[in-house]
Design a binder for this molecule. Sequence first.
Ligand SMILES: Cc1cc2nc3c(=O)[nH]c(=O)nc-3n(C[C@H](O)[C@H](O)[C@H](O)COP(=O)(O)O)c2cc1C
Length: 214
Amino acid sequence: MDKSIAHIRQEYTQRTLDLGDVHPHPVQQFQQWFQEAIDAQVPEPNAMTLSTISAEGTPSARIVLLKGVEEHTFVFYTNYQSRKGQEMEAHPQVALTFFWPALERQVRVEGTVHKVSEAQSTHYFHSRPRSSQIGAWVSPQSQKIEDRSVLDQRQEAFEKKFAGQTIPKPPYWGGYAVQPHRMEFWQGRPSRLHDRILYTLSGHNQWHRERLAP
Ligand SMILES: Cc1cc2nc3c(=O)[nH]c(=O)nc-3n(C[C@H](O)[C@H](O)[C@H](O)COP(=O)(O)O)c2cc1C
């Protein structure tokens, strides 16, 4: 292995995590840690890896931005026709992973995804900068395009088309909400003996907590 890569190593020493420290509900625990990530000025604390499964059962992962925690679900927005959109159509089971290096913390969320309402997607779409609204029309996300000029031409065409008007939300664009059934909080500790607290859903909104070996 490349020696310079093999030598990258971080010792985690800042904090600890115990069963007695955490909230009974994992989403409340997430909200506390998320606020701490904001306070610590973690760059893009809402960036999370979204893992999906294809119709054939193979995994794929990419970063998306968390846009809200609503009624104990994790909400993000994307193109429903994208690769991830098609994969979630076939398999609504997904995983989300957050890594906040400045706090030496990871959060893992596993759950089932559903689309948010058209009204909610439309409301959020119109809160985005106008250039991002145009971008949603311009990009046939995940499809092959010949070169960059395809995007430039489409951008110009949509800017002309919607000049002076409210831009409608594309019908293929909107939000997903992940309803968790398993969540894990990981706090880095010295000697790779990290703290891990796992929550599993054991009944209606009843969560069971246990410690896992690192
Ligand atoms: C920091 C960051 C934030 C991103 N946020 C989003 C997002 O909120 N929604 C989205 O569709 N893609 C987002 N992307 C792009 C995705 O990672 C990905 O390239 C795109 O959604 C296409 O993925 P797919 O082909 O697997 O569907 C983001 C990428 C990065 C690096």
